[in-house]
Design a protein around this ligand. Sequence first.
Ligand code: GLU
Length: 296
Amino acid sequence: MRLTRYAAAAAAFGVVLAGCSSEAGQQAAQESENAPEVVEDVDFEAGTTMADLAEAGTITIGTKYDQPGFGLLNPSGVPEGFDVEIGKIIAAQLGIEEDQIEFVETVSANRESFIQNGQVDLVVATYTINDARKQLVDFAGPYYVAGQDIMVAAGNPEGIEGPDDLAGKNVCSVEGSTPAQNIRDNYPEATLTLFDVYSKCADALTNGQVDAVTTDNVILTGLVAGNPDGFELVGNPFTEEPYGIGLTLGDTEFRDFVNDVLEQSFEDGSWAAAWDSTAGQITGEPAPEPPTIDRY
Ligand code: GLU
């Protein structure tokens, strides 16, 4: 099941790349040129998470594995996407090489527990900063602001233009996600079908089990790109989803460090380069203006 899902997602991404195959070689070169430079002589105060990670020479980062453009396991089993690149930018400032990063799959519902149990050092996984989650984990960022949107079958047979049109419809989302919570709280007349990952919602839309899928616009854009004849994006975002990097609650030094790294990446162009080589390939849009870091 899992392999099928990955294969489908990877094939989906392949379709997108096939559309610009003449530039594929150039793209690969550009990507390696933009690979973040690993800092060689890092020096952190003893006892900090930064010192521990630098000393270990490795870091574990939770990300999504089925979201083209943000976090996707490619056919060779290597994670790729904007979130993955953000993880590499942070690791590089800790003196950690790309091949020493251990990526693990986090799904929407287990991100807090993975951080709390120490299964990951960081979560970079289309992870919305909000007050409920701030009780459990700390967030650096935001490094991107998405918005909840709706994906429907191509041609929009149900005529769904926004969340109010979901009344009486069957809409799919993911357990433990803010879009699912929003539907539950504010659109109770919609019937909610929940899975653990969004690729299963895409399958449910394909086979007619649901009328729509709701989550962040950038995630849906990746799914539409993988099946442009089957899906379309309503394109009417109705929330703000500021993406943060999750880390252990109370580790203020580490949070400050990650915020500093993000700010630097906004300024030196590495954040924009990461966007252009990943999510930008799918949205077709250049990198937006980076958001303002919230040192709450
Ligand atoms: N950004 C939303 C969230 O953190 C939806 C995407 C996701 O489930 O990862 O819940």
